[in-house]
Design a protein around this ligand. Structure first.
Ligand code: ZN
Length: 128
């Protein structure tokens, strides 16, 4: 970067650089493209961090709720699922699947083919 700055300074003074005229316009354009690329990368990393923090907060809320019933509480599968939904860790798939999501999805073993065709399937999936 300091090399580029030095070359720009010399170019402003109309000095010849490396035996050729320094093409300041192209160099500035290249720097702008680099800046835009870095800005895009920074935006993507900020977005990743925001999503990560959101997931941590949702997990923390779920764990706090779990500790409210621990060690004597009785969380059955439905209560557990409701808590996961409340904290945004699991969500009902929408629109309802018209066929099994995959061989490992719980909906594949919980519903019959005509129930899928009728759109009456509830399939909860992990939110990331
Ligand atoms: Zn499913």
């Amino acid at each position: 970067m300091s090399d580029i700055v030095e070359r720009l300074r010399r170019w402003e003074k109309h000095e010849v650089v490396g035996g050729d005229c320094f093409d300041g316009a192209n160099e500035i354009e290249r720097l702008r493209a680099d800046r835009d690329s870095w800005a895009d990368q920074a935006d993507a990393r900020v977005k990743d961090c925001v999503e990560y923090i959101s997931e941590i907060e949702r997990l923390r809320g779920f764990v706090d709720e779990a500790f409210q019933v621990w060690p004597y509480g009785d969380w059955n599968g439905g209560a557990l699922q409701d808590a996961l939904v409340r904290h945004g860790l699991v969500a009902l798939k929408y629109p309802p699947p018209r066929e099994p999501c995959g061989p490992d999805c719980l909906c594949a073993e919980s519903y019959l083919a005509d129930e899928f065709a009728g759109g009456d399937v509830e399939c909860y999936q992990r939110v990331r």
